[in-house]
Design a protein around this ligand. Structure first.
Ligand code: PLP
Length: 367
């Protein structure tokens, strides 16, 4: 049987996510998945906010009801938090859904998007999904080169993606560079600022993207409850944009794109500042611990202020596989054109220690 699927869909690559712990445990014969540690997907090692867990338990008995399709309370709370209005917010099934919806709004054959060569891989996939050309601009020192990205904009460009801080490099662009970029952006282009990790940054390092939204620049700022808030399994994120952009997103999304439990948990998590502070502390201590470990192993790494770090280990794929056999799951980076690197999520103190010990053993075998 041959299905009449649109021909170009056959050539789309499938996104390769980090494998779930249970699957790795099965393959390598660990009887208890708890013997493994997963430092592969930039999840929050502290888990979800306890306030969010309580909210989910409370919400469980209401799951026969459809969710609030307009996300009324969450958008109110976000507006209050950021000094904007509910009309500046669209809520999505993870920020990944919003990235795809932005493709739906702006991209088609004959258009292009601009991204950095080592930025989050989903942008490229969404470009191809909507048959737009993907213009990939080399990074400089593992950082978005906004001047070169500006030069790369063409008449047919509709979207520019900047992940800030970027995954997988952990680097940020400066406020000054971003201000300069925004002020020069041509009227046929919208800028997507993907800020999935922004809450984990110390407040003085956080970009001022809310100002761009408030002032009505052509931006979509994407944020998520997956990382700092520890709710990756629930799938909920949001876009902040001038109301015209939010209105367009609302026209293309499905009416109940975000589930009711996720809405309740997000609302509670947003209110749990203590959990965010704990997470920040765990990340900054963990980064220092990992850096000290890498230094004593004589490894280079890309300085990071977020909950993951790129480290140069030689044959990345090989080291990834050897670590996996020891029950430590990290992420190989050959897919990003960085075959000598692995990306490691910052874990708890004990997890970081286990990673460093396993890495030391693996590198002895390698060298
Ligand atoms: C993890 C991540 C996201 C978040 O995706 P969700 O769909 O909200 O889980 C978005 N952008 C980047 C750069 C990420 O690393």
């Amino acid at each position: 049987m041959t299905l009449p699927i649109k021909p170009w869909i056959h050539d789309l690559p499938v996104y390769e996510p980090g494998r779930p712990i249970e699957e790795v445990a099965r393959e390598f014969g660990f009887t208890n998945p708890q013997e493994l540690i997963k430092l592969a997907s930039n999840e929050n090692a502290l888990g979800p906010s306890r306030k969010a867990i309580r909210a989910m338990k409370r919400a469980a008995s209401n799951m026969h009801r459809y969710p609030d399709g307009g996300a009324y309370y969450l958008r109110q709370a976000l507006a209050h938090r950021f000094g904007l209005t509910p009309h500046h917010f669209a809520v999505g099934h993870g920020s990944n859904e919003l990235i795809a919806l932005l493709g739906h709004l702006f991209l088609e054959p004959g258009t292009s998007l601009v991204m950095a060569d080592r930025a989050f891989a989903i942008y490229r996939l969404v470009g191809r999904l909507y048959q737009a050309e993907v213009i990939s601009v080399p990074m400089r020192d593992f950082t978005h080169d906004l001047d070169s990205m500006f030069e790369a904009i063409r008449r047919d460009t509709r979207l520019v993606f900047v992940a800030n801080p970027n995954n997988p490099t952990g680097t940020s662009v400066s406020r000054a560079a971003l201000d300069r970029f925004i002020e020069r952006i041509p009227p046929h282009v919208a800028l997507v600022l993907d800020e999935a990790y922004v809450e984990v940054l110390p407040p003085e390092l956080q970009p001022d993207s809310i100002r761009y939204v408030r002032e009505g620049w052509p931006v979509f700022v994407l944020r998520t409850f997956s990382k700092t808030y520890g709710l990756a399994g629930l799938r909920i994120g949001y876009a902040m944009a001038p109301p015209e952009g939010v209105g367009a997103l609302n026209r293309v999304r499905q009416p109940f794109n975000v589930n009711a439990m996720a809405l309740e948990a997000a609302l509670a998590a947003l209110d749990d500042e203590a959990h965010v502070r704990r997470t920040r502390r765990m990340v900054s201590q963990g980064l220092r611990q990992l850096e000290a470990g890498f230094r004593s192993l004589k490894l280079n790494w890309v300085p990071s202020a977020v909950n993951f770090v790129l480290v140069q280990v030689g044959q990345g794929r090989h080291v990834f596989e050897a670590l996996e056999r020891k029950g430590v799951i990290v992420r190989p980076m050959d897919g990003y054109g960085l075959p000598e690197y692995i990306r490691v999520t910052v874990g708890t103190k004990a997890e970081n220690e286990r990673l460093l010990e396993s890495l030391a053993e693996v590198l002895v075998d390698e060298r």
